[in-house]
Design a protein around this ligand. Structure first.
Ligand SMILES: [Fe+2]
Length: 127
């Protein structure tokens, strides 16, 4: 059995940067943090655009042995959209149009084949 605790194991649970400030992030956090671009306030039932980006603070490798396999968007715990990626041929950007009835934080997830699942979050208001 592994001696690693879940906190030391990147493949246990969801990894999140300890801070929102890129200057204070580790290299691992900079490469894997999911950044969410979306309005701070949206109208109920009205479409708006969401963009997820990975490797914005420090470029993440994009090669067969090390790449981001997929990106997903959630509203709270509710699944919204997914983008599957292939090494060397994809960019770590996912754009989609979303329509929400309830305000939950947007969550962006990205799965690195070597460094596990990472998540970023953005609060938004639905009026
Ligand atoms: Fe990675």
């Amino acid at each position: 059995m592994s001696e690693k605790t879940c906190e030391e194991d990147l493949f246990c649970g969801v990894n999140k940067a300890e801070t929102d400030n890129p200057d204070e992030m580790s290299a691992l956090e900079k490469k894997h943090t999911v950044i969410i671009d979306a309005p701070d306030t949206v109208k109920e039932g009205e479409e708006f655009e969401v963009t997820l980006r990975v490797g914005e603070y420090k470029e993440h490798p994009n090669e067969v042995g090390h790449f981001i396999e997929w990106m997903e968007l959630y509203s709270g715990d509710t699944f919204v959209a997914r983008l599957d990626l292939s090494p060397e041929k994809s960019h770590y950007v996912m754009k989609t149009t979303v329509k929400l009835d309830h305000a939950h934080p947007l969550r962006g997830r990205a799965k690195c084949n070597l460094h596990g699942l990472w998540e970023g979050e953005k609060e938004l208001e639905v009026v």
